[in-house]
Ligand binder design. Structure first.
Ligand code: ASP
Ligand code: MG
Length: 423
């Protein structure tokens, strides 16, 4: 069994769907679990629907129409008007309309019920297209495979139950004529049959969950780049491809925000020593990058991870006392309750500094909460650089003529916070 994952960019329009069909066709006769994300920027579009409904900052129905029209355009190019897939997809969108008609409940709950439809729709379209074109497959509902708690927007997987369910469902779906199971990335289900999501960009994690539970031979993530690069090619012209990466380096790179792999992806497959291939869906026959045990990262060059729109918050006691264990535990509690991930932190005797993403929906309430007990200062419009396998030369180059607000180094990783230069 092999597990494939196709992200939003690989299924962003009708031609892209045809392209992934041609890739899957190359694996004729093999048992495959194919995990697919929402098409293109659908998740962002559905987030707009959620925010419009919840915060009334926009017209939710109109935002939903944009998402629907985008899919209808793609479907027109793939199917006849009489094809039953149109009804199936429309019924999925109706589920969103039902939510919009109700009084808003908990934000995370609403978010997951609405945003998950993106993946249900994309897999419905792709499964039908593949079946029509000789690639026999079975559409599987990930919510009956991956069980999570009800921590909405980042469900925690119940591994025992998930393993049991996946092994009940997938072998049957990939036997006989159907060798391929098509399944949604990013989503799971609770014991009460509600939908949860696994966190933005969580489809890689889904692939890893299936691979772990099925003892798969390998996982392949198909991307619009040649493999894992040492920097984002949109920001660094001379980004280079890494041929192979140790699990350890991959975990660190993903943890620090290299957008190529979701951070939770590596651990489960590392545990079972399942190799992860990152390959280009544009050039599917070229080698890509392999991540695995006993592999040393090659070439061993610095890797750059770049996060913009950062805020550096500095927290001090109102009475000028030290920031010690007790206050730190309270401060962490505030961040945990707000669901805010800390990208970098540092403490001195009298203050504690934290670098986080600037999220307009959470920042203000987080600051208000902290201000109840502490003196709080903050700087925004900052950049956070993480450099894995850094050297002094690369650090000097990045920070030349820049004001460094915070710097931290370990043996393999350097992190710096600098001011963003606006063009
Ligand atoms: N569609 C989801 C997202 O955009 C999950 C994924 O793409 O991995 O966050
Ligand atoms: Mg996506």
């Amino acid at each position: 069994m092999k597990v494939f994952k196709f992200g939003g960019a690989s299924v962003k329009d009708a031609d892209a769907v045809k392209n992934i069909a041609s890739i899957i066709k190359k694996y004729d006769g093999e048992k495959l679990v194919v995990v697919i994300s929402a098409m293109g920027k659908t998740t962002n579009g559905l987030e707009k629907v959620v925010n419009a409904y919840y915060y009334k900052n926009d017209d939710a129905i109109k935002c939903l129409d944009d998402v629907k029209n985008y899919h209808h355009d793609i479907m027109k190019k793939l199917f006849k008007a009489s094809h039953e897939v149109h009804t199936t997809v429309n019924n999925l969108f109706v589920e969103i309309e039902w939510v919009l008609e109700e009084q808003p409940r908990n934000y995370g709950f609403v978010y997951d019920q609405i945003v998950s439809i993106g993946e249900l729709v994309s897999t419905t379209i792709i499964s039908a297209y593949l079946n029509d074109n000789g690639i026999k497959n079975k559409w599987i509902d990930a919510r009956s495979c991956i069980q999570t708690d009800n921590h909405y927007r980042s469900g925690n997987v119940d591994w025992e139950l998930t393993k049991k369910l996946i092994n009940e469902i997938i072998p049957g779906a990939t036997n006989g004529e159907n060798k391929i199971a098509i399944v949604q990335g990013f989503i799971g289900g609770t014991s009460e049959n509600y939908t949860t999501t696994l966190g933005r960009e969580g489809s890689d994690y889904t692939a890893s969950i299936f691979a772990y539970c099925l003892n798969a031979e390998s996982v392949t993530i198909w991307k619009d780049v040649a493999g894992v690069l040492n920097a984002d090619p949109k920001l660094f012209e001379d980004a280079q491809k890494l041929e192979q990466i140790s699990y350890n380096d991959a975990i660190e790179l993903a943890y620090f925000g290299a957008s190529v792999i979701h951070p939770k992806t590596i651990k489960p497959i590392e545990n079972k020593n399942i190799p992860l291939y990152v390959k280009s869906f544009i050039k599917p026959d070229s080698a890509g990058t392999v991540i695995g045990r006993d592999l040393q990262t090659k070439p061993l060059i610095p890797s750059y991870i770049f996060k913009s729109n950062q805020v550096l918050i500095s927290i001090a006691a109102k009475d000028f006392s030290f920031i010690a264990e007790e206050s730190l535990s309270k401060i962490f509690g505030v961040f945990a309750n707000a669901g805010v991930k800390i990208n970098l932190m540092q403490n001195s005797a009298i203050s504690f500094s934290v670098c986080i993403d600037n999220d307009e929906f959470t920042l203000q309430s987080l600051l208000d909460e902290l201000k109840k007990e502490y003196r709080v200062l903050y700087n925004d419009d900052l950049l956070l650089y993480t450099i894995r396998h850094y050297n002094q030369f690369t650090l000097d180059k990045l920070t030349k003529d820049r004001e460094i607000l915070l710097e931290q180094r370990t043996r393999n990783t350097a992190q710096i916070v600098i001011r963003e230069v606006k063009e």
